[in-house]
Design a protein around this ligand. Structure first.
Ligand code: ATP
Length: 305
């Protein structure tokens, strides 16, 4: 009994940590194939996507009863377009993606995809429709081929190579001692942050989801790395409904819509140029980012007010 209890308890700890960081939600659900806090509704149907318009309809949410985190959050991501979510640290950006992935249920309001309330569809079909590029990809201690192929069970080697090429990591892989059979991860070859992110992108391209959540890394990057990420995001977001959780602002400039969250409320929305012209919170954040552009050590988002 004790022997059984300890690993389950341990799994619980890992579950909470991963859930919090968004680090590898897809992997976790692959392993557990369930979400302990959210059940399928009786008679839940598979999600049917036609372009995948995402709508947050007057969403309120609290993790704990006494502290409300989101207040009447209402926005639409038109099918195939990109919406970036920006705001102070702690304003609720990552919470939006946790709710879309249905890690938690909304308190009131609803989230719909092509008109279907995500509470009414099977979790399996919902998570099949969503790909996540986390800010810090955790790799399996397995071959790089496995780590990419995980995105689509039954993928052929040709599929995997095509995805790796599209994510600009194929040329790197073929220089490794065992090529695609090279073991990576904690006990294998360590990859850089950028290489790991490209593995995550290859995995997501293979999965080919209608909806993409791109969780931008919080750390400051030099401008070359920043440009590389922007280019990759552009490629992977093409023709997908995309939500970018933006911890810095440089990736949001081309988004069709920017949502500015402040203490769990949407305070501004629009394109980069419209928001600069509005001269509000976004414009302040942008000005601050420009001022600190060369200061690699400093994170750009404003501290919590
Ligand atoms: P950052 O830019 O720092 O990543 P964020 O805007 O993504 O921040 P969230 O992670 O969405 O912020 O958190 C919003 C608020 O919810 C924060 O005040 C945070 O403390 C709180 N919060 C997040 N996760 C939990 C949790 N599991 N239980 C209780 N409160 C939580």
């Amino acid at each position: 009994m004790i022997q059984l209890y300890i690993p389950l308890n341990f799994l619980g700890v890992i579950y909470r940590e991963i859930k919090q960081s968004l680090a590898d939600m897809e992997r976790l659900f692959g392993l557990l194939d369930q979400n302990r806090e959210v059940d399928d509704a009786p008679g839940a149907k598979p999600l049917a996507t036609h372009g995948a318009q995402v709508h947050f309809s007057h969403v309120d949410f609290s993790y704990e009863a006494k502290r409300q985190i989101l207040f009447d959050v209402d926005f639409t991501i038109a099918a195939g377009t990109t919406t970036a979510v920006v705001g102070h640290s702690g304003s609720g950006k990552s919470t939006l993606s946790r709710l879309l992935y249905r890690f938690y249920e909304v308190g009131s309001g609803a989230i719909t995809i092509d008109g279907q309330d995500i509470r009414s569809v099977t979790q399996h079909s919902l998570r099949d429709a969503i790909g996540i590029v986390p800010q810090d990809t955790v790799l399996f201690n397995d071959t790089i081929e496995y780590n990419i192929g995980y995105g689509k069970p039954g993928a052929t080697k040709d599929d995997i190579v095509a995805a790796a090429r599209a994510a600009s990591i194929h040329d790197f892989i073929v220089t490794l001692p065992d090529g695609y059979a090279t073991v990576v991860g904690e006990r294998g070859l360590k990859l850089s942050g950028g290489e790991k992110q490209r593995v995550a992108i290859a995995r997501t391209l293979l999965k080919n989801p209608a909806i993409l959540i791109f969780d931008e890394a919080t750390s400051a990057l030099d401008s070359k790395a920043e440009q590389a990420i922007q280019a990759q995001l552009k490629d992977i977001a093409k023709n997908r409904t995309t939500m970018v959780i933006a911890h810095r602002l440089s990736t949001v400039v081309e988004a069709q819509q920017i949502i500015v969250l402040d203490h769990g409320r949407i305070v501004e929305r629009g394109t980069h140029h419209a928001l600069l012209a509005a001269d509000g919170l976004y414009a302040q954040m942008w000005a601050r980012q420009q001022a600190h552009k060369d200061d690699e050590a400093e994170e750009v988002s404003l501290p919590m007010a």
